[in-house]
Each structure stands twice: as structure tokens, then as C-alpha cells.
Write a protein that binds this ligand. Sequence first.
Ligand code: HEM
Ligand code: HEM
Length: 181
Amino acid sequence: MERYSLLQRLLHWIIALMVFGLLAVGLTFMALEDEGMKSVFGEEITATLFKVHMTFGILLLVLMIVRIMLRFMQPTPAYNPPLVGIEALIGKGIHLLLYILLIGLPIGGWLATSAENMPVQFFNMTLPSLLAPNPELAHTLFEFHGLGGVAVLLLVLVHVAAALKHWLIMKDNMMNRISLP
Ligand code: HEM
Ligand code: HEM
């Protein structure tokens, strides 16, 4: 077996698209802050962006849980030629960090939103709050949420650079392991 299963490949690309969208909206929040968002986009669009960010963040949490379960249930394809040395280690390390951050970030976002005493919106539902209102804790959690987002962005940049190097320069079968067709 040389490739991840179709379901794993599909999840990789759906999750990648969602992460790009979440980062785009999240980093806009970070750059403009609440007041800036409202003056650039207006109240209504700002509220919609918050809701879309939370909804897709929670969907991402669910998909990540499915993905990690599959990772344990289905064998991982062997590398051909085998990966050795420091590159193998860095590759594994980046994948592991991405898994950890993409589980931690949505949970952190949910906790931060709860502590901020804002409704945790999932489509048109409000999910249970996980923490009692605590503005100071909310501030700290959002700070970590933002740092986590920047860390994901940096890791994804390295990940994509490595993928492009394998695909376009080394021309091995790395991309084929995860590509859809
Ligand atoms: C936000 C975007 C992305 C995230 C979070 C992400 C995450 C991951 C993770 C965690 C794996 C490891 C799978 C496993 O072994 O369990 C993986 C594999 C892979 N990804 Fe991505 N990815 C993203 C975007 C991309 C993009 C844009 C490309 C191509 C340009 C790409 C190319 C690959 C390739 C070639 C593999 C297979 C590597 C291997 O088998 O060791 N990824 N990705
Ligand atoms: C992988 C999923 C997620 C990513 C990559 C992500 C990323 C980000 C980033 C980079 C920011 C900017 C941080 C800042 O303003 O300092 C942000 C803000 C925010 N995120 Fe997330 N987030 C995710 C999931 C969630 C979830 C699940 C929720 C809530 C249930 C959430 C709620 C929020 C809120 C309310 C803000 C605005 C904070 C503010 O007022 O500044 N996020 N997110």
C-alpha cells in the first residue's frame, strides 16, 4: 500500500481548506480587533464572521477526531524510498504538532469564548459554555488562541514548502500518497 485511504486523503484536503479559511478570518480578527472589524465590515458582517469562524472551528474539531481515529485504525503507507535521518524526524514532528494544535485550537477557542461570556455558536445553535465568565482568563485564552493560530500558519508554510520540494524538485511519490485522484 503506497497511499493513504481515500477517506484519509479527502479529510486531508477538506481540513486544509478549512484551516486556510479559519486562519484568514482569525488573522483578520487579530489585525483589526473588535472595533476595527466593525468599522471595516459593519456590525452584521462582523457578527456573521464570528459565527462562521466558531461553526467551522467546531466542525474542524469533529473532523480532526475522525481523522485521528482513522490514523490509528488504518495502516500508514510505507515511504518508498524510505525516509531517514533528520528529515524524517522533522516531517514526523511537524505532522504531530499540527495534529496537536488542530485539536487544541478549537477546544481553546471554545473555552475562551465561554470565559468571555459570548454564546458559542454552531450554525444556529448555541453550544454549552465550558467555563464560568472570567474576563481575565478569556483574555489569556484568546492570546494563546492567537499564538496557536500563528504557529499553525508557520507550520503549514514549512509543510507546504516540503510538499512542493518533493513534488516539483525531487519528483518522488510523496504527493501521490495524499493527492485525491
Ligand atoms: C492547512 C493546511 C494543511 C494541513 C493542516 C496539513 C496537514 C497534514 C498532516 C497532519 C499530514 C500527515 C498525515 C499523516 O501522516 O497522518 C499531511 C500530509 C501531507 N500533506 Fe498536508 N496539510 C495541509 C496542506 C497541505 C498542502 C497545501 C499540501 C500540498 C501542497 C500538502 C501536502 C501533503 C503531503 C504531500 C502529505 C503526505 C506526507 C507524508 O505522507 O508524510 N498539505 N498534511
Ligand atoms: C482550528 C481552528 C481555529 C483556528 C485556526 C482559529 C484561529 C484564530 C485566530 C488566529 C484568531 C485571532 C486571535 C486574536 O484575535 O488574537 C482567532 C480568533 C477567534 N477565535 Fe478562533 N480559531 C479556531 C477555532 C475557534 C473555535 C472553535 C472558536 C469558538 C468556538 C473560536 C473562537 C474565536 C473567537 C471568538 C475569536 C475572536 C477573538 C477576539 O475577539 O479577538 N475559534 N481564531
